[in-house]
Design a protein around this ligand. Structure first.
Ligand code: NAD
Length: 240
């Protein structure tokens, strides 16, 4: 067993409060592409050119089609052992998840406490009246309309938009009181979410990163590998 896995196990085995901070890399082994890192381009396009309010204004149908493609891909993606290990620790130890992901995979794996910093691909919001609704338009062509007549957009945070306050506040509270933060699959370049691990460190948490291309500098343990294999290993002491 590698030294970093043993170190992570030791920290996690005695931790009172564990918080998972997850990003797109957690879904990579389920077949959900990331934005960055190797293999991280969506259908050959840069997400920065599609996931913006300007892109939706200029060509709403193109943006909707991209999201429909992503929804189908996520709907058909299987959970992996890393998702399941996180859900088991949430159930058994009352751990919580703060995620930048919009895919709903944590909820599907059975986590109850999930703060979605960047919204959810499974909800829509009206551009005009801002009413939110679960998205039921998976097979619909074109841009769906709200009962008020306004166009619906995915209820996710696009580049240049601010984060919804409720999950952001929850993230600050949870990360400010964590004993160990497990950072999984994030390139930690999207602010302000990326600053949260620094907040946790300043509040006294130990930080464990799981990533085959580790990026964080202020980490106590770096587990250099994929989430599906490494999470069940490092979390095993929490589940005995
Ligand atoms: P990112 O795409 O910027 O970075 C992905 C990170 O995951 C990289 O550091 C990469 O090395 C790592 N990674 C790749 N394979 C991995 C594996 N098997 N195990 C662990 N780590 C692995 O992701 P980000 O930092 O989350 O930022 C991207 C933004 O894009 C987020 O805000 C998110 O909302 C959005 N996004 C979401 C999804 C999703 O919901 N599944 C997918 C793509 C992008």
């Amino acid at each position: 067993m590698s030294r970093s896995i043993a170190l992570a196990q030791r920290l996690l085995g005695v931790a009172e409060r564990i918080v998972f901070f997850t990003g797109a890399g957690l879904g990579a082994e389920s077949g959900i592409p990331t934005f960055r890192g190797s293999g991280g381009l969506w259908q050959g396009v840069r997400p920065e050119t599609l996931a913006t309010p300007q892109a939706f204004e200029e060509d709403p149908v193109r943006v909707w089609e991209w999201y429909q493609w992503r929804r189908r891909l996520i709907r058909d993606a299987p959970l992996h052992d890393g998702h399941r290990a996180i859900a088991d620790v949430c159930r058994k130890k009352g751990a919580v998840v703060i995620t930048q992901n919009v895919d709903g995979m944590h909820q599907r794996s059975g986590c109850e406490s999930v703060a979605e910093l960047h919204g959810s691909i499974w909800r829509s919001r009206c551009q005009v009246c801002e009413a939110e609704a679960p998205d039921e338009s998976l097979d619909q062509a074109g841009v769906p309309l709200c009962p008020c007549g306004g166009p619906l957009r995915p209820a996710v945070v696009w580049f240049g938009e601010s984060l919804p306050p409720a999950p952001w506040n929850e993230a600050q509270v949870e990360l400010g009181s964590a004993a160990v933060v497990v950072v999984v699959g994030t390139s930690a370049v999207v602010q302000p979410a990326a600053s949260l691990t620094e907040l946790a460190r300043r509040a006294g948490a130990r930080v464990v990163e799981v990533n085959p291309e580790p990026v964080g500098d202020a980490r106590d343990v770096i587990v250099d590998g994929g989430a599906a294999e490494c999470l069940p290993l490092i979390l095993a002491p929490c589940l005995t």
